[in-house]
Design a protein around this ligand. Structure first.
Ligand code: SAH
Ligand code: SF4
Length: 432
């Protein structure tokens, strides 16, 4: 998925400011890394732009989780040849997971107009690289003034991954798991709240495996919930292996915790879950869904599925289809298996046509369930965190379009009676 950060209005300063365009592919971790890079640029007097032609510097933050993502990032870099030709003084940086996997040498050879390559393992040093190009900047600027103020803000609590799922490139490009100190995380939560954020989204590949010193994941959530101005806390992605009683207690007790859990399952077949080295079977996964819903009956769960894992039989696939039904998922991302590195599955590989067909069948099942789950929310009272004056999200992360009412603005919390659903969006009447 390609996204460029929102452009900021050109106000106040009469002095022509330099502009940076940050193009981000991939997951929320990449988006969070792009936000950090944006802060480094702002310290050096840059403002963000969504338009390449206005940019004095461009950052392409790449993804490699599936081949298609890598191809997209590389073709974006290719298209920047012209940008660089027209602006010999413009600076072009390629960062992130594909940069890590392919290496600086490969990228500079293929795209000699690139100025610097920073792989995901070195992303924490991006500020130093920028210092080499644009000077030290304002190191002491208050963090609040450097963040944009979206209602939701990502906060990374761990880097890398402690697991080694057979199909996954993440551990090799993002490295071993490393957890950030709780004080540092809580400091960032405070800074983001000061900058206007009302929802904090904790990020990590197995985010609920968090532990640093005496603080475990449940403890971190409870402490973050004490932050003034923070109205909601979400996290992604948890892994089925790391839930514990302390978490379920916090999930039941802490009203600021979002009642939406994105819990990737990948497959409904025990044989495939084993080959994938996921560490759980179908029964254990379903047991966790039960525990989550016992702790918070209104919780909504979403998931990821991989279709066409090497050796996936029709029977394995049916197990996935039946899990898509049984899980009661609010939505699910369905990915075609993409061969990464030397990952090996069970032979034989499937024909492309067969994978496409299975993907269609799964999407159809997922859609049907999503509709039912959405409709089941009609008639309920929900607390909506406003993203604009007339729309927002429930704690269970359903989008709600609200009837017009006075005094509503982004960042506010409002109670609303849900009276309908249109496509993927609930309709609500604000209750004063
Ligand atoms: N850490 C998370 C997942 C991160 S990757 C977890 O373990 O739950 C995001 C999603 O990309 C995964 O859930 C998986 O569904 C998908 N994915 C990862 N590698 C893939 C591959 N080689 N082919 C297809 N999909 C893949
Ligand atoms: Fe990849 Fe598995 Fe780690 Fe998720 S838990 S990032 S799928 S290795």
């Amino acid at each position: 998925m390609q996204k460029s950060n929102n452009s900021e209005s050109e106000h106040s300063s009469l002095r022509a400011r330099k502009r940076v365009c940050i193009v981000t592919f991939g997951c929320q971790m990449n988006e969070a890394d792009s936000e950090d890079i944006a802060v480094s640029f702002r310290r050096r007097g840059f403002e963000l732009t969504g338009e390449l032609k206005k940019a004095d510097a461009v950052v392409v933050n790449t993804c490699t989780v599936r081949q298609k993502a890598e191809d997209k990032a590389l073709s974006q870099i290719g298209r920047l040849r012209k940008w660089k030709r027209e602006r010999p003084h413009g600076k072009l940086f390629v960062v992130g997971c594909a940069a890590e996997k392919l290496g600086g040498k490969f990228i500079m050879k293929k795209f000699p107009f690139v100025d610097a390559v920073i792989g995901s393992k070195s992303i924490a040093g991006a500020d130093e690289v920028l210092e080499g190009y644009f000077g030290a900047g304002l190191r002491e600027a208050p963090a609040e003034s450097l963040f944009t103020s979206p209602v939701s803000a990502y906060v990374t609590i761990m880097r890398g991954c402690p697991l080694k799922c057979s199909y996954c490139v993440v551990p090799s490009v993002r490295g071993e798991a490393a957890y950030l100190p709780a004080e540092e995380i809580l400091g960032e939560v405070k800074a983001r709240a000061g900058g206007g954020a009302r929802e904090i989204i904790f990020l990590g590949q197995t985010v609920n495996s968090y532990r640093h010193g005496k603080t475990d994941f449940a403890g971190l959530l409870r402490r973050a919930a004490e932050t003034d101005k923070v109205k909601r806390i979400r996290f992604m992605s948890p892994h089925p292996l790391y839930f514990d009683d302390a978490f379920f207690r916090a999930f039941a007790e802490e009203p600021k915790l979002s009642r939406h859990i994105h819990l990737p399952v990948q497959s409904g077949s025990d044989r495939l879950l084993k080959a994938m080295r996921r560490g759980y079977d179908r029964a254990r996964y379903l047991g966790i869904l039960k525990d989550l819903r016992a702790a918070a009956p209104d919780a909504a769960v979403s998931t990821d599925f991989i279709v066409g894992y090497p050796g996936e039989t029709e029977e394995d696939f049916r197990d996935t289809l039946s899990l898509a039904r049984e899980g009661g998922f609010a939505f699910a991302f369905c990915f075609k298996y993409s061969q990464r590195g030397d990952a090996k599955g069970l032979a034989p590989d499937l024909a492309e046509k067969e994978i496409e067909e299975r993907l269609e069948r799964l999407l159809c099942e997922v859609k049907k369930n999503s509709r039912d789950i959405l409709n089941s929310r009609i008639g309920k009272m929900e607390e909506v965190l406003l993203e604009s004056a007339d729309s927002g999200r429930t704690s269970s992360d359903f989008k709600v379009k609200l009837d017009a009412a006075a005094g509503l603005k982004a960042g506010g919390l409002v109670r609303a009676e849900i009276y309908g659903a249109d496509k993927n969006v609930l309709k609500g009447r604000p209750i004063p």
